[in-house]
Structure formats: structure tokens, C-alpha cells
Design a protein. Sequence first.
Length: 142
Amino acid sequence: MKQTGKGPEEMTDRDALRQDLLDLERRGWDALCSVNGARFYDDLMTDDALMVFPGTVMTKRESVAAIAAERPWTDYRIEDARVLPVGDRSAIVTYRAIASRPERPMYEALMTSVYSRHGDAWKLSLHQQTPFVRRPSPPPER
């Protein structure tokens, strides 16, 4: 969605949802770039939440432990973000993440997070990552 230059008083519910959930994704990445990642996701995830990574599916407890065991990321970038409302109390966020850690290759993946509303707070119910593979450009037509 393009920035429209709308003032806060002109923001639609869909704009507000997009802003809130992308801010939550950025706060998660900021926490993962510090020593606060495990605590952040322990608070953010529903008790029955799952994280799906290449080759494995982790429960909340396993996910939080894995985050705590890893070195923090040093930087990240979110590109091509989309937010799709699903009813009144759920939404899906998708984007491409490009992130790095010391002494590791750049990580690039397509991310999907599913959020559900619990009282006044958004909670993460599911997070899934698919490594991003650049496809070669098709040859020009003759």
C-alpha cells in the first residue's frame, strides 16, 4: 500500500491496522536485534502459537528457547509488506525480510505472521518463514 499523505484524522481502519501490525513486526525485529527477543516473543505469542521454519515447526516454548539461544541480529529491512484483515479480530502480515548476523550470510526470507485480537492487544498465533530464492529472469521474447 502506498503512503497517501493522509493526516491522522484521515486514517482509515485498514490504514490503522496496517500501521499497528507493521509496527509490531518492527518492534519484534528490534527486540531480535537486542537481547530482548525471547522476552518480547514470550509476551507476544499466544500460548498455542506456532512458528514454522524450513524443516521444523516449533511451539511457543520451543520458539522462545531457540530465540534465547541465538545471537541477536545486527540489522534488518522489511520490504513489500502487506496486511490482510481476516474478519474483525484477525489479520495476516506478509513481507520480505533481509537481515544479517555477525559472521553469517545475509538472510532473506518471505515472512507471514498471523495475528489475533485478545482484548485490546494483538497476539501472534502463527509465524512462518520461507527462504527467498531469486529466480532468473526469463529470456527476452524473440
